[in-house]
Design a protein around this ligand. Sequence first.
Ligand code: FAD
Ligand code: DLZ
Ligand code: SF4
Length: 517
Amino acid sequence: MRNLVLILGDQLSRRIAALDGFDPATDRVLMLEVAEETSYVAHHPQKIALILSAMRHFAAALRDEGIAVEYVTLDDPANTGSFTEEVARAAARLRPMLLIVTEAGEYRVEQAIAGWQARLGLAVECRADTRFFASRADFAAWAAGRRGLRMEFFYRMMRRRTGLLMEGETPVGGQWNFDAENRKRLPAAQRPPPRRQVPPDAITRAVLALVGRRFAGHFGDLEPFAWAVTRDQALAALDHFLTDCLADFGDYQDAMRSDAPFLYHAVLSPYLNLGLLEAREVCARAEAAWRAGKAKLNAVEGFIRQILGWREYVRGIYWLHMPGYAATNALAATRPLPGFYWSGDTAMRCVAEVVRTTRRHAYAHHIQRLMVTGNFALLAGIAPAEIAAWYLAVYADAFEWVELPNVQGMALFADGGVMASKPYAASGAYIARMSDYCAGCAYDPARRTGPGACPFNLLYWDFLMRHQQVLGANPRLALAYRTLARMTLDHRATIRREAGAFLAGMNEPPAGQPRLL
Ligand code: FAD
Ligand code: DLZ
Ligand code: SF4
């Protein structure tokens, strides 16, 4: 045998670099379901089922093309449970001349791959992942010599480079960014469209049975399972988004509503991250929708910025700063993760609702992740490693290269400002403005202290006081610090005392509060 081509669970693209030049007559594909990957955090059962089912469907599609696939299932009694040992076993069995792999998405796996050549006595070729607009080297070149690495400037460079939403050197519409139009609250009577559900087929049902047996103790509902598991199904999900949601994506991008977990969001991140969809085709289709007059520019630019801008940028930050990035903790946060991130048992309705939607769908949209669970963790001083492990476990789209910068950099300011020019700290007023959560909450978003005061208010001002030395000179927080300065010493002491009492007691189940889960 000539080449053994390893395809990892998040590399399910027919055009993945490792398959370039594949010759079915002499080469073979290797795919591995391994306990190491299913258990390095306690992934949401839907995430495990999605990945395993998508892997099995991908292998079946390759076989239909006449490609030989060595596929090791999770319950194979001979399965040793790790990439390294399974590659060693396959290499001993098949004796390839060369092992070809595409660079891994996660630092942890990349480190393992780097040791294979020496460990296995086998030539290993590791190819760059060409599914991204910017290679790791492109990002490093852009970052070199810059004082600040703001996403907005990276994004403008990428717009110029790709020509997306450009007329020559000028951004279409005369502006790079239309975010000011993208902060509307969802009107009470407006109903976002229902989501496409993909009924599980025989392959998915077998995976659901396996996952149900092996991962019953993990946080999250396994069923109903409605994810796309093939490229065709993922393309249908993209069509659904473009036809039914994109037009309203911009306006309500920052809104939150308890009866509409998906609003007008794409719900495409797992497919992009697994390789069922490619970022280039998704952006091109969105641009085409605008050019055809099917969606306004604020929606399409906002959507393309998430993928061409944020998604590429966080990957660049991850590879530029790993492995140190995972240990950043600029605000010296050490509090353990409260139990209600798993149970949802808290009187804070916003948090309970986001935990509920996460449990049920392995999904929460960006503002829920950033401004509810992320904001709470920031304000309460939750240890970055604990909350990062939570995010990595609970979302179907969670892979460390994209999860970690969003948590450390965007939500927690743990990287000290590599990504964000100020912490995304917000009081209850933000959540009250952008959601319907507060209406049914035991707390009052208008109260800063005293009985019924919203914990986000208490913790917001307490956070600013605790971190005044580090954040007090930040010009983007000047207004907040001026408001703080106008508070009496007594009022500040009350905030500090009540915030301390809240934090000390927050793990107690709320008295008389019905469980939302
Ligand atoms: P939409 O809102 O419809 O956006 C379209 C696409 O843009 C997404 O599918 C996604 O591919 C991309 N995108 C949007 N925002 C970001 C972003 N900030 N970073 C990278 N890509 C983005 N995204 C992940 O894919 N995996 C994660 O593990 C992850 N963890 C996050 C943790 C935190 C604390 C925060 C604040 C954000 C995280 N995100 C993560 C980014 C974002 O929340 C999700 O990509 C988005 O919610 C996915 O839903 P959607 O497909 O409906 O996105
Ligand atoms: C996340 C995940 C899971 C749950 N299971 C597998 C698996 O059994 N086999 C596999 O190849 N990949 C899996 N993955 C995705 C890997 O964790 C992913 O490929 C790495 O994180 C990328 O570095
Ligand atoms: Fe959340 Fe405060 Fe609103 Fe309650 S009042 S839902 S805790 S922001």
